[in-house]
Write a protein that binds this ligand. Structure first.
Ligand SMILES: [Zn+2]
Length: 311
């Protein structure tokens, strides 16, 4: 099984309101966001750490805020010998953390994956850079964005940037609308932009998702699609497997081209390496780079790719 089959079953980030944890039920694929004012509990059973979260006190909140402020500086001091990177999401400069993937993904590691400042990973950082590129010509303060299955690392920035920001998901708590991407309830041409990232491998009907993304966009709008294109040809599972309906292939880009007039691809290799947009995937000491030509970085792993689609 590939590293990317499992995506990220658990994600977390720290916001002004508390610690936000995203959990996924592997049996149903359901995603749930939990906002907790901070107490993180780690229980060790055998050689396995189990992390849980408890309701904290005001003191916990204050302590966690302090730790968040100090953590990047301490990490930088303790890991000063390694390569330094720059996070385009939060501006942190220094070493990034390795990310151990869940057992369902074969226990692989992505080296230099996670920003210590904001928790962003490779996909969040390339999305941030692509947004810089495409929004610069667009005045987002006068535009609307529909964010499907909102990424916690990017959400604060998008809320600030767009005149209208709506988050939607079928399962996730804390969104503005409970929506199924296969059959959105919005009128046609409702939004200036729509953002989906690590979504299209989940709903059973992929074609309907792409058709709906196109339908709700205004004629001068754009869909920003940041998926994991893991193989040449999409492999349908014929049911849910670990919460996913398929392994997404590079041929999905051709589907996007059938529904949108213009599809512009942004690949990690075209951005400065200081942003660390390559999934440097390792199984032990072995590089895992068996990905389709469009996303494979030979001897390195998987490079992020974002498609910006215009009607
Ligand atoms: Zn960051």
């Amino acid at each position: 099984m590939s590293l990317h089959d499992a995506a990220e079953p658990v994600d977390s980030c720290i916001t002004d309101q508390g610690c936000v944890v995203m959990q996924q039920d592997w049996a149903t694929g359901a995603l749930q966001i939990i906002r907790r004012p901070f107490r993180r509990l780690v229980t060790r059973r055998g050689n396995q750490d189990s992390v849980s979260w408890s309701e904290g006190t005001e003191k916990d909140r204050w302590t966690e805020s302090l730790k968040n402020a100090v953590r990047p500086h301490v990490y930088r001091l303790l890991h000063s010998g390694g390569p330094n990177f720059t996070c385009p999401v939060c501006g942190y400069v220094g070493p990034f953390k390795d990310k151990r993937m869940p057992a369902a993904a074969g226990g692989m590691i992505r080296r230099h994956s996670k920003c210590v400042g904001c928790g962003s990973s490779e996909r969040h950082r390339i999305l941030s850079l692509v947004l810089d590129d495409v929004l610069g010509q667009w005045n987002p303060a006068s535009r609307s964005l529909l964010h499907i299955a909102p990424d916690l690392a990017l959400q604060p920035r998008l809320r600030r940037a767009f005149g209208t920001y709506h988050a939607a998901d079928l399962f996730q708590a804390g969104v503005d609308f409970r929506e199924d991407l296969q059959c959105l309830s919005f009128a046609s041409a409702s939004y200036d932009s729509i953002l989906v990232s690590r979504v299209l491998m989940i709903p059973p009907d992929l074609e309907s998702c792409i058709r709906e993304m196109r339908r709700v966009l205004r004629p001068d709008g754009m869909a920003i699609v940041g998926e994991a294109w893991l193989c040449e040809h999409t492999q349908e599972y014929g049911g849910l497997r670990d919460g996913h309906s398929r392994r997404l292939g590079a041929d999905t880009i051709r589907m996007l081209q059938q529904h949108f007039r213009d599809v512009t691809l942004f690949r990690a290799a075209q951005f400065d390496q200081r942003y660390q947009l390559m999934n440097r995937t390792y199984h032990g000491d072995q590089v895992v780079d068996d990905y389709p030509a469009i996303t494979r970085e030979v001897g390195v792993g998987y490079q992020e790719l974002v498609a910006v689609c215009r009607p």
